[in-house]
Design a protein around this ligand. Structure first.
Ligand code: SF4
Ligand code: SF4
Length: 472
């Protein structure tokens, strides 16, 4: 019976995805109209303001948009009181202070994932660990001059960060002490392949309240094909047996699953259900748009299929939330949260701004994926942030200077797409991004009407989560 219901949801999602794709196409940079048949929605792009509007007004706006008459559209916005000063101008951020660092604490890995952005963990150089002195310098840089009472985030990535466990722990202990002295709140996160986890690691992460993300690409065989050990052996059972203990702790610590989606693991509803049932705090999906060896990258056709699968997961989320149940589908939770608070931003993330990556050698990069890549070079711990490079990055990466973003209705919710993927492969995922936003705006309309309390509870967590989500 359950299986039948799930299949039914997938069928609805496929048909809905077609309509969503049609409705999400870019028509005007000023607004986006969502025709629902009953209550229509209007997104005013400037300021990401979302309104429910009567059908006759929606029809009027629709026909003006169709003619391409920008002045007439502006006049309608004036007439209905929605014209407002620009929330985001052309001015780029300049020398922003850093509040999040990720340390490539181990530039080595024991898995042989086919698509790894870090070229099997070593970023194309000799495998190495970050020395403790370098990690300490990074912590000092993170905490330097941070005002009392503010919050910073320290992330451990790799390669596989647990390959350098001793330095990871010593760095955490040092950071905790220094943050206490400085009166600064500090959050910790780690993204790990899970193969080296021990119970002692679990207790350590719980004690320091880590956000732990485990990279898992599906259930059993699917995961094993994509994320085998270097020997070729499957890693799924091995990882799940180690993660089990962490899943039972989760008081201060949160353990999430992150799924990189390739053409080989597109059964997202099954994956989502499995990991939620296993006890993960949340489960998130991210399409593989760029791999260092181009293997398994998603094509436009794959992304169309993925949109339908995401919508299927979204519909399951809506059902569960309506029944008062927790269903931690991270992409959906984040999208609803951002719509609720009217997120509008000129960049997709904090990379090269409030967030930087640090290589094992102490070089600074725009983010963890740019470690060792001259394109995202931001100086070094020894010489400090290269302000000229940072400011030129921020000027050129502003969404108003990106094509075709500056005329896309999704620009202040999307921010222009992950810099790393866009620089390497261009903007292949725009229809997917817009389609997902279109669907989540519709879902927002439904849920904010039917379960407004859900938003009250979710937004109380948002500040904590927003720092974490920068380290994506
Ligand atoms: S990257 Fe985002 S903002 Fe830019 S065109 Fe694509 S969907 Fe629009
Ligand atoms: S979205 Fe892309 S550029 Fe931004 S932090 Fe994540 S990987 Fe780096």
């Amino acid at each position: 019976m359950q299986m039948k219901a799930k299949n039914h949801l997938s069928d609805i999602a496929v048909s809905l995805a077609g309509r969503v794709a049609q409705g999400a196409r870019p028509r005007t940079p000023k607004i986006h109209l969502i025709r629902n048949g009953s209550i229509d929605q209007l997104l005013v792009v400037n300021g990401s303001r979302l309104y429910e509007i009567p059908t006759d007004l929606a029809t009027k706006i629709d026909s003006v948009v169709e003619t391409g008459d920008d002045e007439a559209l502006s006049q309608i916005l004036v007439d209905i009181g929605l014209e407002a000063p620009l929330a985001i101008d052309d001015q780029p951020l300049e020398s922003p202070s850093v509040h999040a660092l990720s340390l490539a604490i181990a530039q080595k890995c024991n898995l042989g994932c086919s698509y790894c952005y870090a070229q099997q963990g070593d970023f194309g150089t000799a495998a190495k660990n970050m020395p403790l002195e370098t990690a300490i310098e990074a912590v000092d840089m993170l905490l330097k001059g941070v005002p009392k009472g503010s919050r910073v985030n320290l992330a451990f990535l790799g390669g596989e960060p647990l390959a350098n466990r001793k330095v990871l722990r010593q760095t955490t202990e040092y950071a905790a002490k220094q943050a206490e002295v400085a009166g600064v709140e500090i959050g910790y996160s780690i993204t790990t392949n899970g193969t080296l986890l021990t119970e002692e690691d679990g207790l350590f992460f719980e004690n320091y309240g880590f956000a732990v993300t485990i990279s898992l690409d599906g259930v059993e065989d699917v995961h094993n094909r994509l994320r085998p050990f270097k020997s070729g052996a499957g890693s799924f059972e091995h990882i799940m047996s180690r993660v089990k203990f962490l899943l039972t702790l989760q008081k201060k610590m949160q353990v999430s699953a992150r799924v990189t989606v390739t053409p080989q693991n597109m059964n997202l509803p099954q994956t989502l259900d499995y990991f939620i049932a296993a006890g993960f705090h949340s489960v998130g999906f991210s399409p593989l748009l760029h791999a260092s060896n181009s293997q398994n990258e998603m094509t436009q056709t794959d992304l169309t299929e993925m949109l339908a699968a995401m919508i299927s997961c979204g519909l399951a989320f809506e059902q569960q939330v309506l029944q008062g149940r927790r269903y931690p589908f991270l992409n959906m939770v984040n999208a609803l949260r951002e719509l609720h608070r009217g997120t509008h931003r000129p960049y997709p993330c904090g990379a090269g701004a409030g967030y930087l990556g640090v290589s094992a050698d102490g070089d600074l990069a725009a983010c963890h994926r740019f470690v060792g890549d001259p394109v995202g070079d931001m100086g070094s711990l020894k010489t400090g942030i290269d302000l000229k490079k940072q400011n030129s990055w921020l000027a050129s990466r502003h969404v108003h200077h990106q094509e075709p973003c500056k005329s896309c209705w999704a620009r202040y919710l999307c921010g222009g797409g992950c810099h790393h993927e866009v620089i390497a492969r261009g903007r292949t995922a725009c229809d997917f991004i817009r389609g997902w936003l279109h669907y989540t705006i519709q879902a927002y309309g439904r849920l904010s009407e039917l379960v407004p309390d859900w938003f009250q509870n979710e937004t109380s967590n948002k500040e904590r989560q927003s720092l974490r989500s920068e380290v994506s």
